[in-house]
Design a protein around this ligand. Structure first.
Ligand code: BG6
Length: 549
């Protein structure tokens, strides 16, 4: 059954666009119905042009420390290339790769061309590449060699003179955390953290930002000796994802959700980040991190903040971050007993994914055969404030799960059991699902009457897909974040107190897991499954279950 209707988008009066939602029934038991389309005809409204709030990126030199690393090849350079291909790079922009290996500008450019060919979301266009490549330079130095920084000063000054980069500098620390402090000290010693004549200098710090509260505080104090807080950009690439940014728009640009967005109407929230991949080549890093530090402390708590925060007073970076910090502060701290009851940690054993056999975590490259590192976490968190009193936030994250996908599911309370909800079998609740990836979009599940004389009620989905509605692929998170850093907009970067607050919450769980004496178990789950059965039991205890993805 497919019923269709359309209505006019509440668009500017001159150019109305048609938006049509299609309803289709879902199989009632398995609820695995196919996603349905919502399409808008994209239309630019000339009256709205110029109202966009994003600042314009300014001419600058982007200096990437760790230019021979994976992140540079897979993410940073493809992102910069795509910004160039979209015509959004400032005309005067240079990229200087700072790394230890011997290389010339020419070999660096050839390697990056290959990387862009492989990892760019839009492929590679020879003409765009030629003009982009002309902005790339390589600077060889040890991170600990003062002379390398003195030479960098000269090189950047020369590029300012030749390329018009105006003394603006964006330093990107894409290196192991152990290198952060030394690099920052050398930048300061060479005077590279200071600018003159109205120029700016900023630093982007990659994750992991510390491994617990104490190390994060230490790192923050090191960074703050070199750069001002407003010039420090702590990256969390989830915040750059298009759909994560859309959470605030969904909540605060629409009148219908906010009145319902509280404990009176919402039963609970589920946040899931599932990956079919294992740890791949990152064994040593992952062994010292685990899923809780790798994903929950940063990415998933950030998503939780966006769902739970109050409306900010305006869209300034600090106004938004003030509200997120309040959510983090409202997270109920967990005692060891809470951890034992409300947090499940798991580790994958051998299994099959997509028909192929995969090995256990303990058999992965450079992973201890007795490793106690978790590759899966499920937890129940409480945001103790007026809005969310009594509403559990369930978070689950794992590697080697059956399917990949990140989503937030907001489950509303059931309709009162007086008319249709009277029967022994309850009708399902309304669920608003925000799909962060893949197939970015939003869907709302509701109950509808099936056509016919009998009264049969079936759940249907109203579904919006970015791809179909806007007709173009979303930019990669790093594109947006690099553009923002070049524009001086820190809204999508984590502030010092946010990062420290998140560690304060996570440390309690880590401490309970690693305390002397009896510790909560590390539960096994086969690769290709949806995680340990204990995670299902966590929700079953509350009379709930995880959403099928
Ligand atoms: C990274 C984690 O921050 O995020 C990885 O270190 C994880 O372990 C990755 O795989 C997931 O990001 P994305 O954008 O691929 O979902």
């Amino acid at each position: 059954m497919t019923a269709c209707f359309g209505w006019l988008r509440d668009s500017p009066p001159l150019i109305p666009a048609i938006l049509s939602f299609h309803f289709a029934s879902l199989p009632s038991a398995a609820k695995t119905g196919t996603a349905l389309n919502a399409t808008t005809t994209p239309s630019a409204n000339p009256l709205r042009e110029g109202l966009a709030s994003r600042p314009v990126p300014q001419p600058c030199s982007v200096v990437i420390f760790g230019a021979s690393g994976d992140l540079t090849y897979r993410k940073l350079i493809p992102a910069l290339y795509n910004i160039a291909a979209d015509g959004d790079l400032p005309a005067a922009l240079t990229v200087v790769g700072f790394a230890r290996r011997e290389k010339t500008d020419a070999t660096f450019r050839t390697e990056l061309q290959e990387a862009v060919g492989k990892f760019s979301r839009s492929g590679i266009d020879n003409e765009v590449w030629a003009s982009f490549a002309d902005r790339l330079f390589y600077h060889r130095s040890e991170f600990s060699d003062a002379d390398g920084y003195t030479r960098l000063v000269e090189r950047l000054a020369q590029l300012d003179a030749e390329r018009g980069t105006r003394g603006n500098r964006l330093f990107y620390l894409s290196v192991a955390p152990g290198e952060f402090e030394g690099i920052l000290q050398h930048l300061a010693a060479a005077g590279l953290n200071k600018t003159t004549d109205g120029a700016w200098t900023r630093v982007i710090v990659e994750k992991p930002f510390g491994t617990d509260l104490a190390t994060a505080q230490e790192l923050n104090s090191v960074v703050s000796k070199t750069f001002r807080e407003q010039d420090t950009y702590r990256i969390d690439h989830f915040l750059g994802k298009e759909t994560a940014q859309n959470i605030m728009v969904l909540r605060f640009a629409n009148g219908i959700f906010e009145p319902l967005w509280n404990h009176r109407y919402i039963d609970h929230v589920q946040i899931t980040a599932a990956e079919p991949l294992g740890v791949e080549q990152r064994g040593p890093y992952y062994e010292s991190s685990g899923a809780l530090r790798d994903m929950v402390q940063n990415h998933l708590l950030q998503l939780l903040c966006l769902v739970a925060m109050e409306p900010p007073t305006d869209l300034a970076a600090d106004s938004v971050r003030d509200e997120k910090v309040k959510v983090i502060r409202s997270l109920r701290p967990m005692s060891p007993e809470d951890v034992a009851r409300d947090v499940v940690r798991g580790q994958y054993i051998a299994g099959a994914i997509g028909g192929a056999e995969v090995k256990a975590y303990r058999a992965e490259d450079r992973v201890s055969p007795e490793s106690m590192t978790e590759t899966y976490v499920a937890l129940r968190a409480s945001v103790e404030n007026w809005r969310w009193s009594g509403v559990p936030f369930y978070i689950r994250v794992g590697k080697r799960l059956a399917k990949g996908g990140t989503e937030i599911a907001v489950q509303f309370k059931n309709a009162p059991g007086v008319l249709f909800n009277k029967g022994a079998e309850e009708l399902g609740a309304n669920v608003l699902v925000i799909r962060i990836q893949p197939d970015e979009g939003i869907s709302l599940r509701m109950q509808c009457k099936m056509p016919g004389a009998a009264l049969r009620i079936e759940p249907v989905k109203m579904d919006f897909h970015y791809g179909t509605s806007f007709g173009k692929a979303s930019p990669e998170a790093y594109e947006r974040l690099l553009l923002d850093a070049m524009s001086g907009d820190a809204t999508l970067f984590a502030r010092r107190d946010e990062v420290e607050g998140a560690w304060r919450f996570i440390d309690l769980i880590e401490n309970a897991w690693h305390a002397a004496g009896p510790q909560p178990p590390l539960c096994e789950y086969p690769s290709g499954s949806w995680g340990p059965k204990e995670a299902d039991e966590l929700l079953a205890r509350d009379g709930r279950s995880w959403r099928r993805m």
